[in-house]
Design a protein around this ligand. Sequence first.
Ligand code: NG6
Ligand code: CA
Length: 511
Amino acid sequence: MNNTLIGCLGVGAAVLSSLQTTHAQQSERPNVIFILADDIGYGDLSCNGEKTIHTPNVDALASRGVRFTDAHAVAATSTPSRYSLLTGQYAWRRNDTGIATGDAGMIIRPEQHTVADMFQSGGYVTGAVGKWHLGLGDKAGTQDWNGFITPGLKDIGFDYSYIMAATGDRVPCVFVENQRVVNLDPNDPIEVSYTTPFPGEPLGKDHPELLTVLKPSVNHGHDQAIVNGVSRIGYMKGGKQALWKDENIADSITTKAVQFIEDNQHKPFFLYFATNDAHVPRVPHPRFVGKSGMGARGDALLQFDWSVGEILKVLDKLGLTENTLIVLTSDNGPVVDDGYQDKAVELLGKHRPWGDFRGGKYSNFEAGTRVPFIVSWPANVKPSVSSALVSQLDLFASMASLLNTTLPEGSAPDSRDFLNTLLGKTKLGREYIIEQAGSLSVTTSNWKYIAPGNGPAYNKLTNTELGNSKLPQLYNLKKDKGEKLNLADKYPDKVKELQAILDKEKNKNND
Ligand code: NG6
Ligand code: CA
């Protein structure tokens, strides 16, 4: 897309290649860190304008980089969003990329070329730390949690990994380091199931008195295995010594991320640092409790900001700040009540996690995928704000361009090179992006078209306007950021044009 667009401008291609030579010459290959937050909305970071939250470390990163105002995750939930970021392929091209269980098999298959593979073949040391949520092992339910879990992240380009298999609210609640559960006592083996409870193991639904830390919201689920006084999704038995402590998750993964940077300070490295904080269950460390005035969700945002600060600090300490490229973004938009009685709704006050946008996590409306997005690389990026339309989908091809690598045939099929946009050297963004929630949408910098679908308009449990409708929806994002006025009847030609783009993309079938 980018190339077509630039090609049309005639001289554009020449300018682009000269820009590329310039930054390749200006500095040696930078270290690259992707900081991927979980469920943090556009309005959840103070650099994006809300006055109700204060995230000084993220703001410092933004003030020395490019802060994007029209940047998107590929999907409004974690698994498809992360799948697309790491593979450069739209998740909706496959039918098995929905929210994964904790015992899902590897969704990204070993034969796929990932952005980590790309860095690795470019001579980088690669690491993944934090939330994974893309499956492990060959097939659902067949992992050996008590031995070597294979295939694993090593097979898709990560030299080092220290991960949570799925999410904070899904079993197994343990860290997995280089494909083995950390701290496991062989005399207390772990068993995991997503179909059958283990006899004798109390469940949240039968034993509310054991839910001493957090209870699920009414009718939300989250009522199966009980771990650390919180009921979760899925059944688990054993592994007591290996269980993570929810209030220490941020500390644990930040320590491992910092360690990875220290260990690899003399080589170029790529770190995928996927934090957990704002995702449920929200159990921030006691040092953040009460600090935001918004309860656990707000405190978790401060905890995320702290983690970012620790990464910046170690880079400074090691003299790596100048030549480290950091991309900070979130896997999907925000949700306030995502299924636990943590008072996030009651204590939200005037805070708007979604900023000016409609909807939130799970939604076709903009707040589903319009996420914070900052690119910093002091050696090569001047501070600015960019309104270019950009997508996490394009990180893969853009990083390949940064490394001057040609991708193997068929890899990152939907990803396009927008390196110069990401580095703030041009404001030329994507012509359109496809967003995925209940339906698919086509967004240009002016228009948003939500294709008709049969899903519900509203999710009462999470209090989210999902934006599904049997009728086509068309919004003018320039004049109507909040997507209030459906203009589909007024501009049928625009609807046709955007639906045609969607049809064309769907027909590519490049899986
Ligand atoms: C939902 C969970 C929600 C969250 C989400 C995945 C319930 C009622 N809700 O099914 O709490 O885990 O899945 O979130 O169980 S994501 O950010 O990882 O996509
Ligand atoms: Ca998420």
